[in-house]
Design a protein. Structure first.
Length: 156
């Protein structure tokens, strides 16, 4: 009879132990799920930022490409938005010849494409540099505000 009571008691402890282990496992899984949820949220945020930056870059490239097409269509007569003179545009063959080559040699299509690509690359790099400088200035301003705020707190 005592063995039966002890058997039930140990079985009861086993159930309590199993429940404790299950509860701990459940808490551990919940912690992992929460961690994964946070990682998913961070990844989504990174993706949104990347998408916004990609869209900004696409807009810049599209703008530069349209300027390049307009430049090519003008024949290079009006560089970088300069207004045209009152004289009419020369015929297309003369436009290429008068484009400013020192040797009198006209650039072929590949050379014009290379020049345009260099121009686009330089403009993109300049835009990136300006963006980096602006971001650095914003960061400095934020740090300055944070420092001035912490000084105020220390005084009081």
């Amino acid at each position: 009879m005592v063995l039966r009571i002890l058997g039930r008691y140990t079985t009861g402890l086993d159930v309590v132990d199993v429940r404790r282990v299950v509860r701990e496992s459940h808490q551990e899984l919940n912690a992992r799920i929460n961690s994964l949820d946070e990682q998913v949220a961070a990844t989504r945020n990174d993706l949104l930022e990347f998408s916004a930056q990609a869209q900004k870059t696409l807009n810049i490239i599209t703008s530069q490409l349209s300027e390049l097409v307009a430049y090519i269509n003008r024949g290079g007569d009006n560089k970088k938005g300069e207004s045209s003179s009152s004289r009419p545009l020369p015929p297309p063959a003369d436009q290429i010849r008068d484009s400013g080559n020192a040797g009198g040699r006209t650039p072929d299509f590949e050379q014009r494409v290379e020049m345009a690509q260099r121009n686009i690359t330089e403009r993109v790099l300049d835009a990136d540099r300006r963006e980096i400088l602006l971001q650095a200035e914003r960061d400095r301003e934020i740090r300055r505000r944070e420092l001035s705020g912490s000084k105020r707190r220390r005084r009081h």
